[in-house]
Design a protein around this ligand. Structure first.
Ligand code: AMP
Ligand code: TRP
Length: 351
Protein backbone atom coordinates (compact mmCIF):
# COMPACT_ATOMS: atom_id res chain seq x y z
CA UNK A 1 0.00 0.00 0.00
CA UNK A 2 1.32 3.49 -0.75
CA UNK A 3 1.70 5.57 2.40
CA UNK A 4 0.28 9.10 2.10
CA UNK A 5 2.92 11.82 2.08
CA UNK A 6 2.43 14.48 4.77
CA UNK A 7 2.79 18.08 3.63
CA UNK A 8 2.73 20.96 6.15
CA UNK A 9 -0.88 21.95 6.59
CA UNK A 10 -0.52 25.71 6.45
CA UNK A 11 1.45 25.59 3.19
CA UNK A 12 -1.20 23.30 1.65
CA UNK A 13 -4.18 25.33 2.78
CA UNK A 14 -2.96 28.89 2.36
CA UNK A 15 -4.64 28.94 -1.07
CA UNK A 16 -8.10 28.15 0.33
CA UNK A 17 -10.51 30.43 2.12
CA UNK A 18 -12.00 29.24 5.42
CA UNK A 19 -15.16 27.27 4.77
CA UNK A 20 -17.02 24.77 6.92
CA UNK A 21 -18.85 21.68 5.71
CA UNK A 22 -20.57 19.01 7.76
CA UNK A 23 -23.28 16.41 7.35
CA UNK A 24 -25.71 14.23 9.26
CA UNK A 25 -27.38 11.07 7.98
CA UNK A 26 -31.18 11.09 7.83
CA UNK A 27 -31.26 7.44 8.85
CA UNK A 28 -33.55 7.98 11.82
CA UNK A 29 -34.32 10.79 14.22
CA UNK A 30 -31.73 13.18 15.64
CA UNK A 31 -30.34 12.30 19.07
CA UNK A 32 -28.81 14.27 21.92
CA UNK A 33 -25.47 12.92 20.62
CA UNK A 34 -26.07 14.54 17.23
CA UNK A 35 -27.14 17.74 18.94
CA UNK A 36 -24.18 18.11 21.32
CA UNK A 37 -21.51 16.53 19.08
CA UNK A 38 -22.58 18.23 15.87
CA UNK A 39 -25.66 20.48 15.52
CA UNK A 40 -25.00 22.79 18.46
CA UNK A 41 -21.47 23.28 17.19
CA UNK A 42 -22.74 23.89 13.63
CA UNK A 43 -24.81 26.77 14.96
CA UNK A 44 -21.85 28.23 16.87
CA UNK A 45 -19.72 28.17 13.71
CA UNK A 46 -22.46 29.84 11.68
CA UNK A 47 -22.78 32.51 14.36
CA UNK A 48 -19.02 33.13 14.29
CA UNK A 49 -19.57 34.36 10.75
CA UNK A 50 -17.62 31.62 8.92
CA UNK A 51 -19.13 30.38 5.63
CA UNK A 52 -21.05 27.24 6.63
CA UNK A 53 -22.51 24.47 4.46
CA UNK A 54 -24.63 21.77 6.11
CA UNK A 55 -26.01 18.69 4.45
CA UNK A 56 -28.46 15.87 5.13
CA UNK A 57 -26.54 13.01 3.59
CA UNK A 58 -29.33 10.85 2.15
CA UNK A 59 -26.91 9.04 -0.20
CA UNK A 60 -24.91 7.92 2.83
CA UNK A 61 -28.08 6.80 4.61
CA UNK A 62 -28.89 4.21 1.89
CA UNK A 63 -25.58 2.40 2.41
CA UNK A 64 -27.79 0.42 4.78
CA UNK A 65 -31.43 -0.29 3.92
CA UNK A 66 -33.85 2.64 4.28
CA UNK A 67 -37.56 2.46 3.73
CA UNK A 68 -38.19 5.20 1.09
CA UNK A 69 -41.09 6.88 2.91
CA UNK A 70 -39.16 6.88 6.19
CA UNK A 71 -36.06 8.28 4.50
CA UNK A 72 -38.06 11.17 3.05
CA UNK A 73 -39.61 11.84 6.46
CA UNK A 74 -36.24 11.66 8.26
CA UNK A 75 -34.66 14.05 5.75
CA UNK A 76 -37.39 16.64 6.34
CA UNK A 77 -37.27 16.07 10.09
CA UNK A 78 -33.48 16.46 10.02
CA UNK A 79 -33.82 19.76 8.16
CA UNK A 80 -36.44 20.90 10.68
CA UNK A 81 -34.03 19.92 13.49
CA UNK A 82 -31.22 21.97 11.96
CA UNK A 83 -33.43 25.03 11.64
CA UNK A 84 -35.01 24.59 15.09
CA UNK A 85 -31.53 24.29 16.63
CA UNK A 86 -30.55 27.64 15.11
CA UNK A 87 -29.30 27.04 11.57
CA UNK A 88 -30.53 29.97 9.52
CA UNK A 89 -30.99 28.89 5.88
CA UNK A 90 -30.23 32.44 4.79
CA UNK A 91 -26.81 32.47 6.48
CA UNK A 92 -25.84 28.79 6.10
CA UNK A 93 -26.33 26.64 3.03
CA UNK A 94 -28.71 23.82 4.08
CA UNK A 95 -29.63 21.04 1.64
CA UNK A 96 -29.86 17.30 1.05
CA UNK A 97 -26.96 15.59 -0.66
CA UNK A 98 -28.79 13.81 -3.50
CA UNK A 99 -29.93 17.11 -5.01
CA UNK A 100 -26.34 18.08 -5.84
CA UNK A 101 -24.86 15.44 -8.17
CA UNK A 102 -21.32 16.82 -7.83
CA UNK A 103 -21.02 14.73 -4.63
CA UNK A 104 -21.42 11.34 -6.31
CA UNK A 105 -19.36 12.38 -9.33
CA UNK A 106 -16.40 13.30 -7.16
CA UNK A 107 -16.97 10.23 -4.99
CA UNK A 108 -16.32 8.00 -8.02
CA UNK A 109 -13.03 9.74 -8.72
CA UNK A 110 -12.10 9.30 -5.06
CA UNK A 111 -13.02 5.60 -5.25
CA UNK A 112 -10.17 5.45 -7.75
CA UNK A 113 -7.79 7.40 -5.48
CA UNK A 114 -8.47 5.67 -2.13
CA UNK A 115 -6.84 2.28 -1.58
CA UNK A 116 -8.66 -0.90 -0.49
CA UNK A 117 -6.31 -1.13 2.51
CA UNK A 118 -7.28 2.33 3.72
CA UNK A 119 -10.98 1.50 3.57
CA UNK A 120 -10.53 -1.90 5.24
CA UNK A 121 -9.10 -0.20 8.31
CA UNK A 122 -12.16 2.00 8.93
CA UNK A 123 -13.55 1.06 12.33
CA UNK A 124 -17.05 2.32 11.48
CA UNK A 125 -17.16 -0.10 8.54
CA UNK A 126 -15.91 -2.95 10.70
CA UNK A 127 -18.49 -2.13 13.40
CA UNK A 128 -21.38 -1.82 10.97
CA UNK A 129 -20.42 -4.87 8.90
CA UNK A 130 -19.66 -7.03 11.95
CA UNK A 131 -19.40 -10.71 11.05
CA UNK A 132 -21.49 -10.05 7.98
CA UNK A 133 -18.90 -8.27 5.83
CA UNK A 134 -19.54 -10.44 2.73
CA UNK A 135 -23.16 -9.41 2.72
CA UNK A 136 -23.11 -5.64 3.32
CA UNK A 137 -23.43 -3.19 0.45
CA UNK A 138 -20.46 -2.08 -1.61
CA UNK A 139 -21.63 1.45 -0.79
CA UNK A 140 -21.00 0.86 2.91
CA UNK A 141 -17.37 0.04 2.13
CA UNK A 142 -17.01 3.12 -0.12
CA UNK A 143 -18.87 5.36 2.36
CA UNK A 144 -15.77 7.36 3.45
CA UNK A 145 -14.87 8.24 -0.18
CA UNK A 146 -18.32 9.81 -0.59
CA UNK A 147 -17.79 11.66 2.68
CA UNK A 148 -14.45 13.00 1.38
CA UNK A 149 -16.25 14.09 -1.79
CA UNK A 150 -18.95 15.90 0.25
CA UNK A 151 -16.26 17.97 1.91
CA UNK A 152 -13.81 18.48 -0.92
CA UNK A 153 -16.44 19.34 -3.56
CA UNK A 154 -16.63 22.65 -1.66
CA UNK A 155 -12.92 22.99 -0.94
CA UNK A 156 -14.01 23.08 2.69
CA UNK A 157 -11.15 23.56 5.14
CA UNK A 158 -12.83 22.75 8.47
CA UNK A 159 -15.27 20.00 9.44
CA UNK A 160 -17.06 20.02 12.81
CA UNK A 161 -17.96 16.45 13.86
CA UNK A 162 -18.20 14.19 16.90
CA UNK A 163 -15.27 12.03 17.97
CA UNK A 164 -16.51 8.99 16.02
CA UNK A 165 -15.81 10.70 12.68
CA UNK A 166 -12.14 11.42 13.34
CA UNK A 167 -10.86 8.45 11.38
CA UNK A 168 -13.03 9.33 8.38
CA UNK A 169 -11.57 12.83 8.36
CA UNK A 170 -8.04 11.44 8.46
CA UNK A 171 -8.96 9.41 5.39
CA UNK A 172 -10.33 12.57 3.76
CA UNK A 173 -6.94 14.19 4.33
CA UNK A 174 -5.16 11.14 2.87
CA UNK A 175 -7.39 11.25 -0.22
CA UNK A 176 -6.74 14.97 -0.76
CA UNK A 177 -2.99 14.51 -0.33
CA UNK A 178 -2.84 11.51 -2.67
CA UNK A 179 -4.93 13.24 -5.32
CA UNK A 180 -2.71 16.32 -5.14
CA UNK A 181 0.44 14.18 -5.34
CA UNK A 182 -0.76 11.84 -8.08
CA UNK A 183 -1.81 14.69 -10.36
CA UNK A 184 0.91 17.12 -9.32
CA UNK A 185 -1.50 19.83 -8.19
CA UNK A 186 -2.42 21.66 -4.99
CA UNK A 187 -6.11 21.37 -5.78
CA UNK A 188 -7.72 19.99 -2.62
CA UNK A 189 -7.25 21.42 0.88
CA UNK A 190 -6.20 19.12 3.72
CA UNK A 191 -9.11 19.54 6.12
CA UNK A 192 -8.94 20.28 9.82
CA UNK A 193 -11.32 18.22 11.98
CA UNK A 194 -13.06 20.37 14.60
CA UNK A 195 -13.81 17.99 17.47
CA UNK A 196 -14.43 20.32 20.38
CA UNK A 197 -16.51 20.78 23.52
CA UNK A 198 -17.50 18.73 26.56
CA UNK A 199 -19.58 16.17 24.67
CA UNK A 200 -17.72 15.03 21.56
CA UNK A 201 -18.79 11.50 22.39
CA UNK A 202 -22.17 11.19 24.12
CA UNK A 203 -22.66 7.67 25.46
CA UNK A 204 -25.74 5.46 25.73
CA UNK A 205 -27.86 6.06 28.85
CA UNK A 206 -27.97 2.29 29.34
CA UNK A 207 -24.29 1.50 28.84
CA UNK A 208 -21.58 4.10 29.40
CA UNK A 209 -19.16 2.25 27.13
CA UNK A 210 -21.38 2.46 24.03
CA UNK A 211 -22.00 5.53 21.85
CA UNK A 212 -25.50 7.02 21.97
CA UNK A 213 -26.88 6.14 18.55
CA UNK A 214 -30.08 6.51 16.56
CA UNK A 215 -29.70 2.88 15.51
CA UNK A 216 -29.55 1.41 19.06
CA UNK A 217 -32.52 -0.99 19.41
CA UNK A 218 -33.29 0.42 22.89
CA UNK A 219 -35.06 3.78 22.79
CA UNK A 220 -34.19 4.16 26.50
CA UNK A 221 -30.52 4.38 25.49
CA UNK A 222 -30.94 7.77 23.83
CA UNK A 223 -32.69 11.10 24.03
CA UNK A 224 -34.34 11.97 20.72
CA UNK A 225 -34.89 15.58 19.71
CA UNK A 226 -38.54 14.59 19.25
CA UNK A 227 -38.94 13.38 22.88
CA UNK A 228 -41.27 15.47 25.03
CA UNK A 229 -40.37 16.82 28.48
CA UNK A 230 -41.78 13.83 30.40
CA UNK A 231 -39.94 11.38 28.21
CA UNK A 232 -36.62 13.24 28.59
CA UNK A 233 -37.01 13.42 32.37
CA UNK A 234 -37.95 9.76 32.64
CA UNK A 235 -35.01 8.60 30.50
CA UNK A 236 -32.56 10.61 32.59
CA UNK A 237 -34.09 9.37 35.84
CA UNK A 238 -33.69 5.77 34.65
CA UNK A 239 -30.20 6.28 33.19
CA UNK A 240 -27.71 3.71 34.43
CA UNK A 241 -25.28 5.00 37.10
CA UNK A 242 -23.17 3.64 39.93
CA UNK A 243 -24.10 4.29 43.55
CA UNK A 244 -21.26 6.63 44.55
CA UNK A 245 -21.76 10.38 44.98
CA UNK A 246 -20.14 12.65 42.36
CA UNK A 247 -16.41 13.17 42.95
CA UNK A 248 -14.84 16.58 43.49
CA UNK A 249 -12.76 16.64 40.31
CA UNK A 250 -12.91 15.42 36.72
CA UNK A 251 -10.15 12.95 37.59
CA UNK A 252 -12.52 11.05 39.84
CA UNK A 253 -14.76 10.28 36.86
CA UNK A 254 -12.07 8.35 35.00
CA UNK A 255 -13.31 4.85 35.73
CA UNK A 256 -16.99 5.79 36.02
CA UNK A 257 -18.21 5.92 32.40
CA UNK A 258 -21.91 6.44 33.19
CA UNK A 259 -21.27 9.21 35.71
CA UNK A 260 -18.79 10.85 33.38
CA UNK A 261 -21.29 10.76 30.54
CA UNK A 262 -24.02 12.52 32.56
CA UNK A 263 -21.55 15.15 33.74
CA UNK A 264 -20.32 15.74 30.18
CA UNK A 265 -23.90 16.11 28.97
CA UNK A 266 -24.63 18.59 31.75
CA UNK A 267 -21.49 20.61 30.95
CA UNK A 268 -22.23 20.73 27.22
CA UNK A 269 -25.89 21.73 27.73
CA UNK A 270 -24.99 24.40 30.30
CA UNK A 271 -22.03 25.71 28.24
CA UNK A 272 -19.76 25.01 31.19
CA UNK A 273 -16.51 23.13 31.60
CA UNK A 274 -16.54 19.76 33.36
CA UNK A 275 -14.54 21.39 36.19
CA UNK A 276 -17.27 24.00 36.69
CA UNK A 277 -19.91 21.28 36.94
CA UNK A 278 -17.75 19.32 39.41
CA UNK A 279 -17.28 22.44 41.53
CA UNK A 280 -21.04 22.83 41.80
CA UNK A 281 -21.99 19.16 42.30
CA UNK A 282 -19.00 17.67 44.19
CA UNK A 283 -20.36 15.13 46.68
CA UNK A 284 -23.90 15.23 45.25
CA UNK A 285 -25.89 12.02 44.94
CA UNK A 286 -27.50 11.10 41.63
CA UNK A 287 -30.83 11.67 43.38
CA UNK A 288 -29.91 15.36 43.29
CA UNK A 289 -27.89 15.51 40.10
CA UNK A 290 -30.29 13.65 37.80
CA UNK A 291 -33.30 15.96 38.40
CA UNK A 292 -31.03 18.98 37.84
CA UNK A 293 -29.80 17.45 34.59
CA UNK A 294 -33.36 16.61 33.54
CA UNK A 295 -34.49 20.22 34.16
CA UNK A 296 -31.54 21.55 32.21
CA UNK A 297 -32.12 19.16 29.30
CA UNK A 298 -35.82 19.98 29.13
CA UNK A 299 -35.16 23.72 29.21
CA UNK A 300 -32.58 23.49 26.40
CA UNK A 301 -34.23 20.85 24.21
CA UNK A 302 -37.89 21.69 24.77
CA UNK A 303 -37.93 24.81 22.58
CA UNK A 304 -36.13 22.91 19.80
CA UNK A 305 -38.67 20.09 19.87
CA UNK A 306 -41.56 22.56 19.79
CA UNK A 307 -40.09 24.42 16.83
CA UNK A 308 -39.35 21.17 14.98
CA UNK A 309 -42.96 20.08 15.38
CA UNK A 310 -44.16 23.43 14.07
CA UNK A 311 -41.89 23.26 11.02
CA UNK A 312 -42.91 19.67 10.26
CA UNK A 313 -46.49 20.82 9.71
CA UNK A 314 -45.37 22.42 6.43
CA UNK A 315 -43.25 19.85 4.54
CA UNK A 316 -43.55 21.82 1.28
CA UNK A 317 -41.80 24.76 2.92
CA UNK A 318 -38.99 22.47 4.14
CA UNK A 319 -38.60 21.06 0.61
CA UNK A 320 -38.46 24.61 -0.75
CA UNK A 321 -35.69 25.54 1.70
CA UNK A 322 -33.72 22.38 0.78
CA UNK A 323 -34.12 23.16 -2.92
CA UNK A 324 -32.89 26.69 -2.50
CA UNK A 325 -29.94 25.44 -0.43
CA UNK A 326 -29.15 22.87 -3.15
CA UNK A 327 -29.04 25.63 -5.78
CA UNK A 328 -26.55 27.57 -3.71
CA UNK A 329 -24.51 24.42 -2.95
CA UNK A 330 -24.42 23.50 -6.62
CA UNK A 331 -23.17 26.94 -7.60
CA UNK A 332 -20.10 26.33 -5.38
CA UNK A 333 -19.49 22.64 -6.09
CA UNK A 334 -20.11 22.51 -9.86
CA UNK A 335 -17.07 24.50 -10.98
CA UNK A 336 -14.83 22.76 -8.42
CA UNK A 337 -15.84 19.31 -9.66
CA UNK A 338 -15.77 20.35 -13.34
CA UNK A 339 -12.12 21.22 -12.97
CA UNK A 340 -11.45 17.71 -11.61
CA UNK A 341 -12.51 16.29 -14.99
CA UNK A 342 -9.87 18.44 -16.63
CA UNK A 343 -7.19 17.51 -14.10
CA UNK A 344 -7.89 13.79 -14.54
CA UNK A 345 -7.95 13.91 -18.36
CA UNK A 346 -11.63 13.49 -19.19
CA UNK A 347 -12.86 15.00 -22.44
CA UNK A 348 -15.80 17.35 -21.84
CA UNK A 349 -16.70 18.62 -25.29
CA UNK A 350 -20.43 19.19 -24.70
CA UNK A 351 -19.91 22.27 -22.55
P1 AMP B 1 -24.65 10.46 12.18
O1 AMP B 1 -25.90 10.46 12.97
O2 AMP B 1 -23.87 9.20 12.32
O3 AMP B 1 -24.84 10.90 10.77
O4 AMP B 1 -23.73 11.60 12.86
C1 AMP B 1 -23.87 12.96 12.57
C2 AMP B 1 -22.95 13.78 13.45
O5 AMP B 1 -23.30 13.62 14.83
C3 AMP B 1 -21.46 13.43 13.34
O6 AMP B 1 -20.69 14.60 13.43
C4 AMP B 1 -21.24 12.55 14.54
O7 AMP B 1 -19.90 12.56 14.97
C5 AMP B 1 -22.16 13.21 15.56
N1 AMP B 1 -22.59 12.23 16.56
C6 AMP B 1 -23.38 11.13 16.36
N2 AMP B 1 -23.56 10.45 17.50
C7 AMP B 1 -22.84 11.12 18.44
C8 AMP B 1 -22.60 10.90 19.85
N3 AMP B 1 -23.15 9.86 20.51
N4 AMP B 1 -21.82 11.78 20.50
C9 AMP B 1 -21.26 12.86 19.87
N5 AMP B 1 -21.44 13.10 18.55
C10 AMP B 1 -22.21 12.25 17.84
N1 TRP C 1 -20.23 10.11 8.18
C1 TRP C 1 -20.87 11.14 8.95
C2 TRP C 1 -21.57 10.49 10.13
O1 TRP C 1 -22.04 9.41 10.09
C3 TRP C 1 -21.86 11.93 8.14
C4 TRP C 1 -21.20 12.66 7.02
C5 TRP C 1 -21.29 12.41 5.69
C6 TRP C 1 -20.33 13.78 7.15
N2 TRP C 1 -20.58 13.28 4.96
C7 TRP C 1 -19.98 14.15 5.82
C8 TRP C 1 -19.85 14.50 8.23
C9 TRP C 1 -19.12 15.20 5.57
C10 TRP C 1 -18.98 15.56 7.98
C11 TRP C 1 -18.62 15.91 6.66
O2 TRP C 1 -21.66 11.08 11.14
Amino acid sequence: MSEPVQTPLTAQNAAFKPRIFSGIQPSGGLTLGNYLGALKRFVEKQDEGIETIYCLVDMHAITVWQDPAKLRHATREGAAGFIAAGIDPARSVLFNQSQVTAHVELAWIFNCVARMGWMSRMTQFKDKAGKNSENVSLGLFAYPALMAADILAYHATMVPVGEDQKQHLELTRDIAIKFNNDYGVNYFPVVDPLIEGAATRVMSLRDGTKKMSKSDPSDQSRINLTDDADMIASKIRKAKTDSEPLPDSADGLKDRPEARNLVNIYAALANQSVEQVMAEYAGAQFGTFKPALADLAVSKLGPITTEMNRLMKDPAEIDRILGEGADRAEAIARPIVDKVYDITGMIRSRR
